[in-house]
Structure formats: structure tokens, C-alpha cells
Design a binder for this molecule. Structure first.
Ligand SMILES: O=C(O)CCC(=O)C(=O)O
Length: 311
């Protein structure tokens, strides 16, 4: 069964239907060659300093480069691409009120790299999470053409509904062949892997993935994009990085070095010098007098008498 290809402007419900059925889909022509070139030129200086992978899984002829929110401005727009974020939210909505960024990584597969072992990305959280919960929605943006010869991602459509033990037969594996600027969407539960590059040129993919707001992220975004960098970003992207509470009482902090009072149980936005965008961001639980809101009010009184000028 081939992967279903959809136009870049496909309706979210159409994408959702294919993702539910196959666990993967290709959106064609999401960005043009200018943006592909811009993203590539921003990341290339970092790729040049990145060693090859240290084992067969990461790939000894493959370079993986991260911290892309901090390093590459163009990546920020791709992470927040409206249709893709909408699709991710729709797909993960049964399990969470909020999604966050799970990882950013370019995957540069060079000639001679063998195929990676088929796997499910949800294994990052082990096997204890019930299979009835889908934790992740992923994308790989093609920054070069993805071909069968150069290592286009291998996918087993429908395998997101399989148990842990079922193995894919050779004929069930397809490849996400797509032109540069297209995007492979896939779930955390679908079997997939990097392909074998038997061509003479390298394949560059940009892996941007999202997960449930109450799970730990694969790439630690608070270290890869620390507060002094994150505070310069758009609030929506800050939230996507995880600089907001995932739920009632989930993800607050206390300032360990503050000498003034009332610097405990603060919403993470305070570390970026602002208030939470929406005080009712946590109201789905209908808890009156949320400690987050109370802490925001307390902290605002301490930090500054008025919101920052640009708010
Ligand atoms: O590069 C690819 O096409 C997929 C890589 C992948 O699945 C992984 O590294 O987990």
C-alpha cells in the first residue's frame, strides 16, 4: 500500500482521516524552493560541525543536528506552520488539551548509509504507556528531494494499530518519496525508519515532532533553547517549547535565587519576563482560583507593577 499524498492545502479533517487510517501521509509542496534554500543555509554551518552518528541507530554515515529553534529562525516558522499545528492538535486532541515541541533535528543521510531499523518513535517513553494513547505527531520536511535511492523515509502504513511484537513483511514497507518542500506526517506509533542511501548524493530531512503537553520531551527544549534565548521568541512558540504549564499544577517553577518574597510556584512564562498569555489556559479543569493564576498575580506584583511595554 503506497502512502497517501495530499495537497498542501488539504483540509485538516482530510489529513486526520488519512492519519487515522494509515498512521502517515505526505503533504506535497508545503514550502517553496526559496524557503527550502533559506532553511538549508541557516542550518548548514551547524551541520558542518556535527559528527556522524555513533551507532547503527543514529547512523554512522548520518549527521543529526538539533537545537534548531535557537539556531535557525526559519525553523520557527515551520514549527508553527498553521495547517500542520492544526493537524497535530486535532490528531492528539483525544489525549491532551495542549501539545508541545518534542524535538527538532536535521537528519543528513549520506551515500553508503544503510537502512535504519524500523521503529516507533513512542519508544522514547518506553512501553508502559498504553497503546490506546497516541503520544506523538511527527513531521519530516524534505529539504532535498526524497527518493527511493537516496534514503527516503521507510514507513509501514497501518502499523500504528499493531501490537509491539508484530513485525513488518518486506512488501508492507513503502518509502516516502517526495520533492523538496514536501512534508511526511506520521504518528508516534507507526513503524518507520531512515532509508538506505545507495545514491551518490546526500538526503537532508528536517524532523520536527510534537507530543502531548504532559509528557517529557525527547529534545530538552529548556536546555536547547534556554530562557535567555526563548524570551526573544513569539509567545506561541514559547508555549510550544513548553514555557507554559501543561495542565493544572504541571510545570510551575520557583526562583531559587530570588531574595524578594513571593517567588514560588510561578508559571514558566515568568522566567521569560511575561505573564501567561491566557489566564484561562488551564480552565478546562474548571478549577477556580488556579494557583497558576494566583502565582501570576503575585509574581506580577513583585516583578513589576505593570505588564512589559510590548504587552
Ligand atoms: O531520517 C528519516 O527518514 C527517519 C529517521 C528516523 O526515523 C529516526 O531517526 O528516528
Amino acid at each position: 500500500m503506497a502512502l497517501q499524498t495530499l495537497p498542501a492545502n488539504a483540509a485538516t479533517q482530510e489529513i486526520q482521516a488519512v492519519m487515522e487510517r494509515d498512521g502517515a501521509a505526505i503533504l506535497t509542496g508545503v514550502i517553496g524552493s526559496d524557503l527550502v534554500a533559506q532553511m538549508t543555509s541557516e542550518v548548514m554551518p551547524y551541520i558542518e560541525r556535527t559528527p556522524m552518528g555513533g551507532d547503527d541507530f543514529t547512523g554512522q554515515q548520518t549527521q543529526r543536528t538539533g537545537a534548531l529553534v535557537a539556531r535557525t529562525p526559519t525553523c520557527r516558522d515551520l514549527i508553527m506552520h498553521e495547517r500542520i499545528v492544526e493537524s497535530a492538535k486535532t490528531f492528539l486532541a483525544p489525549y491532551t488539551d495542549k501539545i508541545i515541541l518534542h524535538l527538532t533535528q536535521t537528519i543528513y543521510i549520506h551515500p553508503g548509509q544503510g537502512a535504519q531499523v524500523l521503529h516507533r518513535d513512542r519508544l522514547a517513553w518506553g512501553t508502559q504507556l498504553p497503546l490506546s494513547i497516541e503520544p506523538q505527531f511527527s513531521t519530516i520536511w524534505a529539504l532535498t528531494d526524497f527518493t527511493a535511492e537516496n534514503g527516503a523515509t521507510r514507513v509501514v502504513p497501518g502499523s500504528h494499530k499493531w501490537g509491539w511484537d508484530k513485525r513488518a513483511a518486506r512488501e508492507e514497507i513503502v518509502q516516502a518519496e517526495m520533492s523538496a518542500g514536501s512534508v511526511l506526517l506520521y504518528t508516534g506509533s507507526v513503524l518507520h525508519s531512515g532509508g538506505n542511501n545507495r545514491s551518490a548524493s546526500s538526503r537532508l530531512g528536517l524532523n520536527l515532532t510534537y507530543c502531548l503537553g504532559w509528557l517529557r520531551q525527547e529534545e530538552n527544549q529548556y536546555l536547547s533553547c534556554p530562557p535567555h534565548i526563548a524570551r526573544e521568541l513569539e509567545p506561541e512558540l514559547q508555549d510550544m517549547l513548553g514555557y507554559t504549564q501543561g495542565n493544572y499544577a504541571l510545570g510551575y517553577y520557583s526562583d531559587p535565587e530570588a531574595s524578594e518574597p513571593n517567588r514560588d510556584i510561578l508559571p514558566p512564562e515568568m522566567a521569560l519576563g511575561r505573564w501567561p498569555e491566557s489566564a484561562d489556559a488551564f480552565s478546562s479543569t474548571d478549577i477556580a482560583d488556579s494557583p497558576v493564576q494566583a502565582a501570576a498575580a503575585r509574581a506580577s506584583a513583585v516583578v513589576d507593577a505593570s505588564p512589559p511595554a510590548d504587552q
